[in-house]
Design a protein around this ligand. Sequence first.
Ligand SMILES: Nc1nc2c(ncn2[C@@H]2O[C@H](COP(=O)(O)OP(=O)(O)O)[C@@H](O)[C@H]2O)c(=O)[nH]1
Ligand SMILES: [Mg+2]
Length: 230
Amino acid sequence: MSDSEEDETTVQHVNIVFIGEPNVGKTSLIRRFCYEDFLRQYTPTTGADFYIKRIMLPTANPIGNKQEIVLKLTDIGGKERKAHMLDKYLFKADMIVLVYDITNAESFENMCAWIDTIGSLITSPPLSAIIGNKCDLEHQRGVRLDRTRQFVKENGFYNYLTSAKTGEATNSCIVELVAKYVGVPLTKLQKEENAVLKVELHVADKLAESVARRKAHEQQTKSSTVCLIQ
Ligand SMILES: Nc1nc2c(ncn2[C@@H]2O[C@H](COP(=O)(O)OP(=O)(O)O)[C@@H](O)[C@H]2O)c(=O)[nH]1
Ligand SMILES: [Mg+2]
């Protein structure tokens, strides 16, 4: 095998659509995953926002090549269930993630309405998961665990508990879902390795950002110098 074969990295695009009631933490989960940040104040999402994040996964192929996954994360505003654009956002979804807030029983019960809406808009909904977010507020839990288990069993969804606030299980749950989608079983070690790779990519993104900022600043300084000369 040549070196170039060994180093070969395939690229795959995966589109995950996040839906659920307003205020459950969809935007916070995505921002935690993409930028490692968390905002306390609530700014409702209108329409939809789109985020791109690259992650590396091993391949199912035993030679051990890596595959780059370009993740598109679609963050849909909680009010979009009744709006007319939802079908457009769902049309190209490879995965749908339904988010509820574990302290808010209504946000859990309303997932049934979301599932009905999805069913009425697309014929064969893709791989889906539910995420119970705000698990740092376990002491305020308003959704019974047996209710969640029953729901997951009835609908055949993957089930996760996360906290966008503390970061608990946020990254691993998204990485695990993507790995399931592309058909790669992840060992615990690989999940940890991936976390490291992701951080490296994040740092690389940040570096690229600061280089771009510096260049823009230099450019500005140059043009203002020109103005001064003129
Ligand atoms: N305690 C706690 N608060 C959270 C968590 N995730 C989001 N929030 C807060 O919940 C509110 C709504 O979050 P947001 O992500 O905008 O919800 P969205 O409408 O579903 O996108 C914001 O005030 C967040 O700071 C979490 O895991 N724990
Ligand atoms: Mg939002």
